[in-house]
Design a protein around this ligand. Structure first.
Ligand code: NAP
Length: 338
C-alpha cells in the first residue's frame, strides 16, 4: 500500500485528492495545523474524513516537518498547503512567503536528506504569470507575478525545479489555473458570488459587493484538476505542467450566469466605482462595486494553454464555465457548503 501525505488536508483540493488517492488504494495522511478548521466539513462532504490519518503538520515549523516525514516515510507528498488567498498576501506578505516559499523549501530539503526517492508535487499557480507576457500562457511563458502570493509561489516553483535538476529528485510542479467547486473557500470570488446569489434568491442577503468585475480568469472544476495532479505524479519523468480549460471569462460574466441559474437577469447601470447591477425580477440593486476589494496591483487576464498536459498526460478539463457556475450556485442553493 503506497503512503501519501497531503499537506493542507482541510483545503478544497485536498478533499477531492484524498478521495481519489483512497480509491486508488493509497494510505492517505493529511497534514493539519493547530489552528485549522476542525469541522473537516470538506472531508466529510467527500465522504473520506474517517479514512484519513491526520498529522500535526505546519509548514512554518522545520522540526515538525522533519519528524513527520522521517516517521511516515511517504512514497508521495502532495504539497497543497498554502496561504492561498491573493488578497491576504498583500496584508500579510511575510507570513505568506514563509508558508508558500520557505515551507516548500523546508519540505524539499528534508526530503533530500531523509527520503530523496519520495515523489513530490508542488501546487504552483497561474498567478505566477500575473501581468501576462503572452496569451495564452503555457509552461514556457515568462513569469511576472503581481502579488506577494504570486512571488512566493514562483520562488517555490523554481526551488522545486532546482531540486529536481540538482539532486535528481522526483519533484513536480503543476501550474494550475483557477479551479473552483462548492468546496471553495467563501473568500474566493467565485464562491462569494455563488453564495451571495443563492442568498439573494432566498431573501437572506440584499447586495453582492464586488471589486474588479472586468478581470478575466480561466476557471475549471477542482474535482477534475486533482485528477491532473495525480497524473503529473504518475508521469514517468518529473516535470512541470499547466492545467487549464483554455477559456477565459470575466467576473462580470460569472455574476450574470449565476443570476441566470436562479431565473433572474442583471442589467448594468453606471460606470466604474458607481456601477451597479439591477435585478430584472425585482428592479432592486443586487450588485455593487466596493473599491475596498480592489487589489494594489491587479491581474487582468489569465488564459491557460493546457496542450502539454493533454498530449503527455491525456488530461483535459471537461467541465466548462457555464456548467461550473451552475454546479456552484445549485450547491449553495441546496445548502451544500458552509
Ligand atoms: P485552500 O482551500 O485554501 O487550502 C489551503 C490549505 O493550506 C488549508 O488546508 C490550510 O489549512 C493549509 N495551510 C495554510 N497554512 C498552512 C501552514 N502554515 N501549514 C500547513 N497547512 C497550512 O486551497 P486550495 O484551493 O485547495 O488550493 C490548494 C493549493 O493549490 C494551494 O497551495 C493553492 O495556493 C494552490 N492553487 C490553487 C488554485 C485554485 O484555484 N484553487 C490555483 C492554483 C494553485 P487551514 O485550515 O489551517 O487554513
Amino acid at each position: 500500500m503506497k503512503k501519501a501525505i497531503i499537506t493542507g488536508i482541510t483545503g478544497q483540493d485536498s478533499a477531492y485528492l484524498s478521495k481519489l488517492l483512497l480509491e486508488k488504494g493509497y494510505e492517505v495522511y493529511g497534514g493539519v495545523r493547530r489552528g485549522s478548521d476542525r469541522t473537516y466539513w470538506r472531508l466529510k462532504r467527500t465522504g473520506v474524513f474517517d479514512k484519513i490519518k491526520l498529522l500535526d503538520f505546519d509548514l512554518t515549523e522545520y522540526s515538525n516537518l522533519f519528524e513527520t516525514i522521517k516517521k511516515i516515510q511517504p512514497d508521495e507528498i502532495y504539497n497543497l498547503a498554502a496561504q492561498s488567498f491573493v488578497g491576504t498576501s498583500f496584508t500579510q506578505p511575510i507570513v505568506t512567503s514563509d508558508i508558500n516559499y520557505n515551507g516548500v523549501l523546508r519540505i524539499l530539503d528534508i526530503l533530500k536528506s531523509v527520503k530523496p526517492d519520495t515523489k513530490f508535487y508542488q501546487a504552483s499557480t497561474s498567478e505566477m504569470f500575473g501581468k501576462v507576457q503572452e496569451v495564452p500562457q503555457n509552461e514556457k511563458t515568462p513569469f511576472y507575478p503581481r502579488s506577494p502570493y504570486g512571488v512566493a509561489k514562483l520562488g517555490a516553483h523554481w526551488m522545486t525545479v532546482n531540486y529536481r535538476e540538482s539532486y535528481k529528485m522526483f519533484a513536480t510542479s503543476g501550474i494550475l489555473f483557477n479551479h473552483e467547486s462548492p468546496l471553495r473557500g467563501e473568500e474566493f470570488i467565485t464562491r462569494k458570488i455563488s453564495l451571495a446569489v443563492s442568498r439573494i434568491f432566498k431573501g437572506e442577503q440584499e447586495v453582492l459587493e464586488i471589486g474588479n468585475m472586468d478581470s478575466k480568469r480561466d476557471w475549471g472544476y477542482a474535482k477534475e484538476y486533482v485528477e491532473g495532479i495525480y497524473q503529473i505524479m504518475q508521469n514517468p519523468i518529473p516535470d512541470t505542467f499547466v492545467l487549464a480549460t483554455g477559456e477565459t471569462h470575466t467576473v462580470r460574466e460569472f455574476i450574470e450566469k449565476a443570476f441566470i441559474v436562479v431565473g433572474d437577469e442583471i442589467s448594468w447601470e453606471g460606470e466604474k466605482e458607481k456601477e451597479v447591477g439591477k435585478s430584472k425580477k425585482s428592479g432592486k440593486i443586487v450588485v455593487r462595486v466596493n473599491p475596498e476589494f480592489f487589489r494594489p496591483s491587479e491581474v487582468n487576464l489569465l488564459l491557460g494553454d493546457p496542450t502539454k498536459a493533454e498530449k503527455e498526460l491525456g488530461w483535459k478539463a471537461k467541465t466548462k464555465f457555464e456548467k461550473l457556475v451552475e454546479i456552484m450556485v445549485k450547491a449553495d442553493l441546496d445548502g451544500f457548503g458552509a
